[in-house]
Design a protein around this ligand. Structure first.
Ligand code: F6R
Length: 629
């Protein structure tokens, strides 16, 4: 989704802004722009439709002098992805330039009022009201005798912000304060970077990591003035804030393909390492029957929990569905998974002693964050301690908004994921749920120590098995991809713990290959979807030995009888000979099967999309972190 980079310092800003924007490309965008201000107060604003290469060429050609500037990659919400809608947006007199992430919900009213006062709008965006409002306010303050300065720009922005409804992260420059940058956030994320002789601001860590490791995540509602002299940070009440910066650790904040053709392929191949890291961290030697998994949660965390509700979107929701299966079937804990976007407006009646889990790899998904906030609020309002909010966040970004909002966090530790299609973070989320299921099973004595340790032993073997599986399916799926060249629809079937994997297989395929795909519980097919089947609609069926093995095989037979091409994700053997094509998985306990069956799903989608020559890492219309509702 949209990305912001802004900086002020002692070096020319334009190419640094472009460097920062390049690190945000993975978030998905359709146009880009920068604005710089030079010492004489000249603002240069350059923007282009499409990829950053176009903007870089424009900057090379026209130049953008100045040591202070703002940059943006836009993912269209209000108005088409055209140059005039790209950010930065400027005031009528060109004195103020603004970039913004998020959505200003009341922009129509603001726009009408501004137009009535003579403002001329050049774009269809919600953002454009902001430079107009700031510029009008600056004119008033200057007319009343104030002197132009960075502090004045800060004060004016603080005056304008309460007029904006919705979620935003923004950065502003003004030609009369060429060494000042004002930034602000409400709901949408923004981080300040403290560099050597320069101060930066960005909506995501990769854009800062090549400049500095010292960061200061902004809290909700904060505004800051950045100048070559330093950073002044203020809360919503206008009180100056002093906080220690934090250090970005690890090398994974910088995007690097490590020789793979795409980030997505690299990230699929990283999954065995992620499993290994997870096993080392969470299943070390010396665990007890009372706590068979090492999680950073105190004993009191588990006390009296009677049910779980999980809020998530997209792939994270699919991981949550596997999690719910484990929590209910392995740990005996009633669990319901909600689309966070639906939960916000139709929450279920409150039940006591409920743990609410928010799952979001980015930690910034607006719907998930808002649903969690809303749930905490209505629980607090209830008054009875049994209904009090008990929340846990599962994320890959411990520096994210989710982490700051949640009392407890489980970091899935998958390292930054650049491919828009989630793969390794999905595996990390699944592993986290295995950990939680084991912990709850032990706490609630819903499984014997032997059953729990059998599951732990299987998980310990996972890294090696995954290594072999990823390599095998990388080749197999590459060989199969050409068969999908002219395919328009694919059906994915799974049951029980593998039903969410069928959903995930379908989501992966549609988002990166643009082939229509749907996942169904295999037993549901005969209740409608079977009407779609013929020789042109392949069916991918997940069939692993266990409770529903024979049932899934029968459902696959039903598809075969309708001439569908059958692709099985199943162990090799006589039972699975019915499949026209087999993507084999090893024999394993059904409990851990999703950790295996998802691998061919990811690689099949990847190779089909790559074979079609599509932009696998940045599929059209998609964004890596969805920071708008
Ligand atoms: C699919 C995908 C999306 C995300 C969804 C939630 O590959 O990546 O469906 O899963 O947008 O994102 P997070 O996990 O960041 O909340």
């Amino acid at each position: 989704m949209c990305g912001i980079v802004a900086l002020v310092g002692s070096r020319e800003a334009a190419f640094q802004l472009l460097d920062g924007l390049r690190q945000l490309e993975y978030r998905g965008y359709d146009s880009a722009g920068i604005a710089t201000v030079d010492a004489s107060g000249r603002i240069t604003c350059l923007k282009t439709e499409g990829k950053l290469i176009n903007l870089t060429a424009r900057v090379d050609e026209q130049g953008a002098p100045g040591r202070c500037g703002i940059g943006h990659t836009r993912w269209a919400t209000h108005g088409k992805p055209e140059e005039r809608n790209a950010h930065p947006h400027c005031s009528v007199d060109g004195a103020v330039a603004v970039v913004q992430n998020g959505i200003i919900e009341n922009y129509r009213n603001l726009r009408e009022t501004l137009q009535a006062n003579g403002a001329v709008f050049l774009s269809e965006t919600d953002t454009e009201v902001i430079p107009h409002l700031i510029s009008a306010e600056l004119s008033r303050w200057l007319a009343s005798g104030e002197t132009a300065s960075g502090t004045l720009l800060l004060q004016v922005v603080q005056t304008v912000l309460p007029q904006l409804q919705g979620a935003y992260a923004l950065a502003v420059i003004w030609k009369q304060a060429p060494g000042a940058l004002v930034v602000a956030r409400k709901i949408a994320p923004l981080l300040i970077g403290l560099g050597e002789g320069e101060f930066l601001c960005a909506s995501d860590t990769p854009a800062l990591a090549s400049f500095t490791r010292t960061i200061l995540p902004m809290e909700d509602g904060e505004v800051a003035l950045l100048s070559p002299l330093g950073v002044e940070l203020y809360n919503t009440q206008g009180e100056r804030q002093q906080r220690m910066p934090t250090l970005l650790t690890g090398a994974d904040h910088v995007a690097d393909k490590r020789g793979f053709r795409h980030f997505m392929l690299k990230e699929i191949h990283e999954q065995p390492e992620i499993a290994e890291l997870w096993v080392t961290r969470h299943l070390p030697q010396g665990l007890t029957a009372q706590m068979p998994v090492a999680l950073p949660l105190e004993t009191s965390f588990y006390r009296d929990i009677e049910r779980v509700e999980i809020l998530a979107c997209g792939t994270s929701r699919h991981a949550a569905l596997v999690g719910a299966y484990l929590l209910e079937q392995f740990a005996g804990l009633p669990t319901t998974v909600y689309y966070a976007s639906e939960f916000r407006y139709a929450p279920p009646p409150l039940a006591p002693n409920t743990l609410t889990i928010g799952v979001t790899q980015s930690g910034e998904t607006a719907d998930t964050l808002a649903a969690l906030t809303m749930e905490a609020k209505r629980r607090r309002a209830h008054g009875d301690p049994a209904y009090a909010p008990r929340q846990l966040g599962v994320t890959n970004r411990p520096e994210s908004s989710l982490s700051r909002q949640m009392p407890h966090i489980l970091d899935i530790g998958a390292g930054i994921e650049i491919g828009v299609a989630a793969t390794k973070t999905f595996l990390g989320q699944l592993l986290t749920f295995y950990g939680l299921a084991m912990a709850f099973a032990a706490k609630r004595s819903s499984r014997s120590a032997d059953e729990i340790s059998a599951l732990a032993d299987e998980l310990r073997k996972l890294p090696e098995q995954l290594r072999a599986l990823v390599n095998l399916h990388d080749q197999r799926c590459a060989g199969l991809a050409h068969r999908f060249a002219a395919i328009q629809d694919v059906i994915f079937l799974g049951r029980g713990i593998n039903y969410p994997i069928a959903l995930e297989g379908a989501l992966k395929l549609k988002e990166i290959s643009y082939i229509h795909a749907e996942g169904y519980p295999a037993g549901e097919m005969k209740h409608g979807p079977i009407a779609l089947l013929d020789a042109h609609v392949p069916v991918v069926s997940i069939a692993v030995p266990g409770m529903v093995f024979e049932k899934v095989l029968s459902n696959a037979q039903e598809a075969k009888a309708r001439d569908a091409q059958l692709i099985g994700v199943a162990p090799e053997g006589p039972d699975t000979a019915l499949f026209d094509e087999l993507l084999p998985v090893p024999e394993m306990s059904e409990w851990i099967s999703p950790l295996f069956t998802v691998i061919p799903m990811q690689l099949l989608s990847y190779h089909i999309a790559a074979h079609r020559g599509l932009d696998v890492d940045q599929p059209r219309n998609l964004a890596k972190s969805v920071t708008v509702e």
